[in-house]
Design a protein around this ligand. Structure first.
Ligand code: PGA
Length: 253
């Protein structure tokens, strides 16, 4: 079975103290995960070392970075390299979130670099894709997402791409309270899998976890996660509320 993942994306929210309280409330639930389930906390950089040590007490709980540099190392003041993340045992890194694409001018090409660096350092990239509202309204979302996948992932070998996680996050659903319907989510996830299938074959496409993101809430997680090609969620707002995220973890297949 593919890994089923509940990933929290804290974005630029919570002080260290608030984050620590939230994390302990969630960990205190001691939700037992099956070997195929994982819970990931994508926290701000300064919290990574401590979050990693807190979650390591529970099986299949991990910390993730929200971003990394597309450069290997050197004179790039303020940047964080993948090698640095590796050196503090970070296992996952969110790559190409739509907010980074929009506000920090990240392109499919720069994201291709980031994905490659993550793979090289054995950090699993959680590669985000998804279309803006105008594209959805024009009905051209499949082509749009296919281009994102092709330009950022297709230079990887089959063995390398198998080590990625994909998050489909329609931009019109992020932080808007407007979730994709289960039909819209399933349709796009199946499409993404078919794109991977045509390039890499069924063994690879069937093994990659594809998360849904965009207004996942305690109340809609179960029906979304029940879709055949939805392997969990990347959760923003609702991951900041302990009881909601706990319910989302419990909704995993
Ligand atoms: P949201 O954010 O759950 O608040 O819509 C999801 C995300 O941006 O990853």
């Amino acid at each position: 079975m593919r890994k089923q993942i509940a990933a929290a994306n804290w974005k630029m929210n919570l002080t260290y103290q608030q984050g620590e309280a939230l994390l302990s409330d969630i960990l205190e639930e001691r939700i037992k995960l099956t070997p195929d389930q994982e819970v990931i906390f994508a926290v701000p950089f300064p919290y990574l070392i401590i979050t990693n040590s807190q979650v390591s007490r529970e099986k299949n709980y991990f910390a993730a970075a929200q971003n990394c540099s597309d450069k290997k190392s050197g004179a790039y003041t303020g940047e964080i390299s993948v090698e640095m993340l590796k050196s503090i045992s970070v296992k996952y890194c969110v790559i190409g979130h739509s907010e980074r694409r929009e506000y920090f001018s990240e392109t499919n090409q720069s994201l291709e670099q980031k994905v490659a660096l993550c793979i090289e350092q054995e950090i699993t990239p959680i590669f985000c894709c998804g279309e803006p509202l105008a594209i959805r309204e024009a009905g051209t979302q499949n082509g749009y997402v296919e281009t994102q996948l092709k330009e950022s992932l297709f230079s990887l070998s089959a063995a390398q791409v198998s080590k990625t996680v994909i998050a489909y996050e329609p931009i019109w659903a992020i932080g808007t309270g407007r979730t994709a319907t289960t039909e819209q989510a399933q349709e796009m996830h199946a499409f993404i899998r078919s794109v991977l299938d045509s390039k890499y074959g069924k063994d690879v496409s069937e093994s990659i976890s594809i998360l849904y993101g965009g207004s996942v809430k305690a109340g809609n997680a179960k029906e979304l996660f029940e879709c055949a090609d939805v392997d969990g969620g990347l959760v923003g707002g609702a991951s900041l509320i302990a009881k909601d995220f706990i319910q989302i973890i419990r909704a995993l297949k």
